[in-house]
Design a protein around this ligand. Structure first.
Ligand code: F0G
Length: 458
């Protein structure tokens, strides 16, 4: 097997800025030890997110010039609609400016007090939009997905038995829809099998509950199915994606991921009434139904990106990148979620820093050290992001996992960038005994991770 190469050549480059360790120390101190507050210019390799950070292709940029900016009935909308419908098979295609706008519309209509929305694992914005409507967001991840060190093919699968029991307990009439997130971002970017989607659909069908996909990373999920699930080896990526969507009655999508664009999203639906209500709300909050909060040029770029993302050479390179980084650091003993998922490598901070308890934020310690050591920006997904205070004792209650996510922007970095990232992680791991925990010096009442400031413990 020869080296899997980046399946593109580079036509336009963007310089990255080198800093010294002393400069980074000052920058980090000024940012209150929170990499969210660092200027992107001061970051050498930015692995904060894979969302909206893709490099667009020459054809997408050409589409930007082709964009039709007509308020109503733009030809770019019809190209976008055809591209989304080709993959989803859904009747109504509603553009939104990003994923959470689609979620907002969907749950404003279907959610509300007394309602429950099950998912394998809700992403934070999905959970927030459900809870904002008054409904309850329920995670039902398969047991195996909760163990970072256990290798399995489809750790994003939903627990079908738990779903059955939940429907029996709460009543189908209180469950307006069931959702499956592909891939499961909050659980390590792990894929969901076709069999699991089919099984969940069959339970939903028995109770007349619609099934929705949170489809941000549908192409990465489809590629895992091709690699790992019997019966799919000779199917095209498009066929696999179409089959995934064929079990869904609707989908929300942040095009900022697998549509290879910097902004965009959609809500796709089959139900006539829901589509009519969604379009009416769209007009109030996003825009006219043929642009929905986007420019015509953005719709062109999404349409083109949805074609490119299903290219097998691209997906092979994409999945291999995370796997390659994972292999390298794992070989040096760095604990990660295994196997690697589609869009990111997740370091297991609990095993990396067993002596720093959740209340002293081990993930934050690693994130900050990666920046100091090599100018790399990742994100803590642990006690900083999801920690809650006990109302009685005031003690911090940590989530079950302490993770550091290194998300890989699409088509942006080359193999030598990834080699460098691995070297920096390994260096930090070798010096892990010198790492100190952190305490919070400021925090907002909600979503504190974005703006909190920290101080290292002495
Ligand atoms: N669903 C999933 C699974 C996501 O990962 C995201 C965004 C959204 C919905 C919301 O989409 O940002 O376009 O409104 N995830 C980004 C991330 C922010 O860094 O993982 P959006």
């Amino acid at each position: 097997m020869k080296t899997i190469i980046e399946p593109f050549r580079i036509k336009s480059v963007e310089p990255i800025r080198f800093t010294t360790r002393e400069e980074r120390q000052q920058i980090l101190t000024d940012a209150g030890y929170n990499p969210f507050l660092i200027h992107a210019d001061d970051v050498l390799i930015d692995l904060l997110t894979d969302s909206g950070t893709s490099a667009m292709s020459s054809k997408q940029w050409a589409g930007i010039m082709e964009g039709d900016e007509s308020y109503a009935g733009s030809k770019s909308f019809y190209r976008f609609e055809a591209a989304v419908r080709n993959i989803t098979g859904h009747k109504y295609i509603i553009p939104t400016h990003q994923g959470r706008a689609a979620e907002k519309i969907l749950f404003a209509i279907t959610g509300g007090e007394g309602k429950y929305i099950p998912n394998n694992t809700h992403f934070d914005t999905t959970r927030a939009n459900i809870e904002y409507s008054g409904a309850v967001a329920v995670d039902m991840l398969n047991e195996i997905g909760k163990h970072p060190e256990i290798r399995a093919d489809f750790k994003g699968n939903m627990d079908v038995e738990a779903l059955k029991k939940f429907i029996a307990d709460q009543g189908a009439e209180n469950i307006p829809l069931v959702m499956i997130t592909v891939t499961n971002n909050s659980g390590g970017g792990q894929p969901v099998s076709m069999q699991n989607i089919r099984d969940v659909k069959s339970v939903c069908r028995q109770h007349n509950i619609p099934l929705f996909l949170d489809a941000c990373r549908f192409a990465e999920n489809a590629y895992f199915i091709k690699l790992r699930e019997p019966g799919y080896q000779n199917k095209s990526m498009l066929e696999i994606a179409q089959e995934m969507f064929s079990y869904a009655d609707g989908a929300t999508m942040s095009a900022k991921k697998d549509a290879l664009v910097n902004i965009g999203g959609f809500l796709s639906l089959n139900d006539d009434n829901l589509a009519m209500n969604s379009r009416n709300l769209l007009i109030v909050t996003e825009g006219f139904p043929t642009y929905g909060g986007l420019a015509g040029r953005d719709l062109e770029a999404v349409a083109q990106g949805l074609e490119e993302v299903l290219d097998e050479h691209y997906l092979q390179y994409r999945i291999r990148t995370a796997e390659y980084l994972g292999e390298k650091i794992l070989a040096a003993g760095v604990p990660i979620i295994e196997p690697t998922g589609g869009h990111a490598v997740y370091i297991d901070a609990k095993r990396f820093l067993p002596n720093i308890p959740g209340k002293f934020y081990p993930g934050q310690a690693i994130v900050n050290e990666l920046y100091l050591e090599g100018g790399i920006r990742g994100v803590e997904i642990g006690s900083v992001m999801f920690g809650k205070y006990d109302k009685k004792t005031g003690e911090l209650i940590s989530p079950s996992m302490e993770l550091v996510r290194l998300a890989l922007p699409r088509r942006v970095y080359t193999q030598s960038h990834v080699d460098y990232v691995a070297e920096v992680i390994i260096e930090v791991f070798k010096n892990r005994d010198a790492l100190k925990g952190y305490k919070i010096t400021y925090e907002a009442p909600m979503l504190r991770h974005f703006t909190a400031t920290f101080e290292p413990l002495s």
